[in-house]
Design a binder for this molecule. Structure first.
Ligand SMILES: NC(=O)c1ccc[n+]([C@@H]2O[C@H](COP(=O)([O-])OP(=O)(O)OC[C@H]3O[C@@H](n4cnc5c(N)ncnc54)[C@H](OP(=O)(O)O)[C@@H]3O)[C@@H](O)[C@H]2O)c1
Length: 269
């Protein structure tokens, strides 16, 4: 029976992936910051919960040791935990920036490090990192979130070379818009009143979001894409999912400059 470790399993994409892999007969180590609050995953036989905060190295070790004891082989590590910091870069405090990188980038790296010796010993394993369409294109007022996802893209692409030689694969999940709690609970806003210069542009950006005709994918659809990445036997690195695939293609077709000009025109007129 195959086994997967998932970070950020309390909601959204992580929870949908935990349920899907379990339904497909996999054993699932679902890690969460607060397993005591979980009531749904606890009802599923194939899922075991572990406490793990990706920003806390001790908690990563405290989860990895029992997971590696409980499961003979870990086939897939799904680095999913993440959140978005939104607002003008200038408004973000150093503590906010650090927390954004600690969670989305350094947390992902440390979880990867915790399971690499196991994968190396087996000369097998797939590391699936949840990036974003926001790791391939950018919008204004999300520079820090984008920089974490672009970091994950570069990290994963480079890692894929060196781990590929050891029999370990790296894959990137790049969802477009997804209807999860991400836009609510998982978004931190840095938009202080003392920087009114950004107000008009920020309002245009917010209006463009409200008027957007993007149709978000469901967390379940993204989980299906993750399952495909875990099982398709391909060495493919990026998996643009939902509306990311079309946007990704469009940037390739028109080129960077025209794509960026189009984004500016659409948001700021
Ligand atoms: N939704 C979208 O439109 C979208 C698009 C592209 C990419 N993504 C990416 O998809 C991933 C999952 O997001 P989602 O859309 O499923 O949002 P979500 O439902 O809000 O889930 C975010 C998950 O990350 C967890 N998390 C946050 N900080 C953590 C930490 N320090 N340690 C462990 N877990 C932590 C949350 O756990 P708690 O319950 O403890 O807070 C939650 O389980 C993120 O990496 C996000 O960047 C989302």
């Amino acid at each position: 029976m195959k086994a997967i470790v998932i970070t950020g399993s309390s909601s959204g994409i992580g929870k949908a992936a935990a349920k899907l892999f379990a339904a497909q007969g996999w054993q699932v180590a679902a890690t969460l910051r607060k397993p005591e609050n979980e009531t749904e995953l606890t009802e599923i036989d194939k899922i075991k919960l572990y406490r793990l905060d990706v920003t806390d190295p001790a908690s990563i070790d405290n989860a990895a040791v029992p997971i590696l004891n409980d499961f003979e082989v870990i086939d897939v590590v799904l680095n999913n935990a993440g959140y978005g910091l939104v607002g003008p870069f200038e408004a973000s405090t150093p503590a906010q920036i650090r927390r954004q990188f600690d969670t989305n980038v350094f947390g992902l790296m440390e979880v990867t490090r915790a399971f690499l010796p196991h994968c190396r010993a087996n000369q097998a394993g797939i590391l699936i990192n949840v990036s974003s369409l926001g790791g391939c294109i950018t919008y204004p007022f999300t520079s820090l979130y984008h920089s974490t996802k672009w970091a994950i893209e570069g990290f994963s692409e480079s890692l894929a070379f060196e781990l590929g030689e050891l029999g370990i694969q790296v894959k990137l999940i790049e969802p477009g818009a997804v209807a999860t709690d991400f836009g609510g609970r998982s978004m931190e806003f840095a938009m202080p009143n003392e920087l009114p210069d950004y107000g008009p542009a920020a309002q245009k950006f917010m209006a463009a979001q409200v008027n957007s005709d993007r149709v978000p994918a469901t967390a379940e659809q993204i989980a299906e894409g993750i399952y495909e990445a875990a099982t398709d036997g391909k060495t493919q690195l990026p998996y643009p999912l939902g509306d990311a695939a079309e946007t990704y293609r469009m940037r390739e077709q028109v080129g960077d400059d025209a794509f960026i000009a189009g984004t500016r025109q659409r948001i700021f007129g």
